[in-house]
Design a protein around this ligand. Structure first.
Ligand code: CS2
Ligand code: MG
Length: 406
């Protein structure tokens, strides 16, 4: 029996409200697989990596050899890891799993061992410049059925704060334009305010709603330890990115001072960046994303290591992870025992138009659907209506002008 071959690999950039990069792989038998290659603020780098380096090497390969292709692109580059490389490899991986499912006539989760749960718990974002506005936002998400809500608040004295937007539009951090917006950050003001406002949210919602909060890489380990301890009465589901974790060992200090559950990993791209965090149980949840961490193939390796140390998965799922990647993450979520929760920030109508999908939200949970493959496609005519526009994530400076982490 002659085996199918990859006949084409095309990169598609579209901007329905925000930039997305998609990879379309077509086989000689006409089977199409889609991958997500969106890297917020660096989209063109991944598009070039795919167009100029990986796509030519895909032509003629056996689409069924997903693991071999992963190894070929990971080891064959010589220059390993990093968000651009791993997002490009991730896009290829998603597209090949999509093809494998379509060829088998099965949803990808069936190829990953079948469902271990009926649906995937999800959380979404709530925000407000002050406590009353934040409580309204939390209540609105509870009315939509969410059992888990992330709460982000403004900080007195700061004009901008991560995760909080002005006005009715949804929060989109990447600002259009030729350069990043510059924001001022004041950790001391944040540390004075966060415990009080999050305690106010807990008092309002009662004990059952899962509350999450994202510190977004802005604290030192000492500050993180203080915040974690101060938030223990709030009973958070997790406190996220309390400190930059390139040096994973700094979490030992945080862990020694607080029992608040910790989640880290959305900016990590391979198991090696979170290996110590996992094997020393310095975190409770690993946040690596199915696109930026090398696809389904590598996310399952991270999940397997995490399972040995009773660390759970809570993958990244903001607006800059496209519906293709959200679908892929849900196939992993349905079939992975230590998958705890999926972030689901939601999308604008134009994004749903460009990315028709079988995954569904209902009653605080998500399900990938049972279409063969990933269950997400790209309406290329609709995508063409939204051309790419340069956009960058903000940068943050302290009040003295020195750079800090946004
Ligand atoms: C955030 C992200 O959702 C989250 O947890 O950390 O929204 C992050 O700011 C964006 O993905 C950056 O592009
Ligand atoms: Mg985050």
């Amino acid at each position: 029996m002659s085996r199918d071959r990859i006949a084409a690999a095309e990169v598609l950039i579209t901007s329905p409200g925000r930039n997305h990069v998609a990879l379309k792989i077509t086989t000689a038998d006409g089977v199409v697989g889609w991958g997500d290659a969106t890297l917020n603020g660096r989209e063109l780098a991944v598009a070039s990596y795919l167009r100029d380096h990986l796509a030519p090497l895909l032509i003629g390969r056996d689409p069924a050899r997903i693991e071999d292709t992963w190894q070929y692109f990971y080891r064959g580059a010589y220059w390993r890891r990093g968000p651009v490389t791993m997002t490009a490899i991730g896009a290829v991986d998603l597209a090949l799993w999509d093809i494998k499912g379509k060829t088998a006539g099965l949803p990808v989760y069936e190829l990953l061992g079948g469902a271990v749960r009926d649906r995937v718990l999800s959380y979404t974002h709530a925000s407000g410049w002050d406590l009353p506005e934040l409580l309204d936002s939390v209540d609105a998400q509870r009315e939509r059925g969410f059992r888990a809500v992330r709460a982000q608040s403004g900080v007195p004295g700061l004009d901008t704060v991560y995760g909080v937007h002005r006005g009715a539009a949804g929060y989109e951090p990447a600002g259009r334009g030729a350069a990043p917006h510059e924001e001022v950050w004041d950790t001391a003001a944040y540390l004075r305010h966060a415990p009080e406002v999050l305690a106010g949210v807990r008092e309002h919602v009662g004990p059952e709603l899962h509350l999450l909060h994202d510190a977004h890489h802005r604290l030192t380990p000492g500050e993180a330890a203080r915040l974690g301890r101060a938030l223990e009465p709030v009973d958070l589901f997790w406190l996220e990115d309390v400190t930059p974790a390139e040096n994973q060992e700094v979490l030992r200090r945080v862990r020694a001072h607080t029992t608040t559950p910790l989640a880290i990993g959305e900016v990590f791209n391979t198991v090696w960046e979170c290996q110590t965090l996992i094997t020393e149980q310095l975190i409770d949840f690993v946040r690596t994303c199915v696109t930026h961490a090398g696809g389904i193939t590598h996310l399952r390796r991270i999940a397997a290591l995490a399972e040995l140390w009773q660390v759970q998965l809570g993958p990244h799922g903001p607006s800059d992870v496209s519906p293709v990647a959200l679908g892929a993450s849900l196939h992993v979520g349905l079939s992975t025992p230590n998958f705890a929760i999926q972030e689901y920030m939601g999308y604008g109508e134009a994004v749903h138009e460009v990315f028709p999908h079988s995954w569904r939200y209902a009653d605080g949970h998500l399900h990938p659907g049972d279409e063969p493959g990933l269950g997400v496609s790209v309406d290329e005519d609709a995508a063409a209506k939204f051309p790419y526009e340069p956009a960058y994530l903000p940068v943050a400076r302290r009040r003295d002008g020195s750079m800090t982490d946004w």
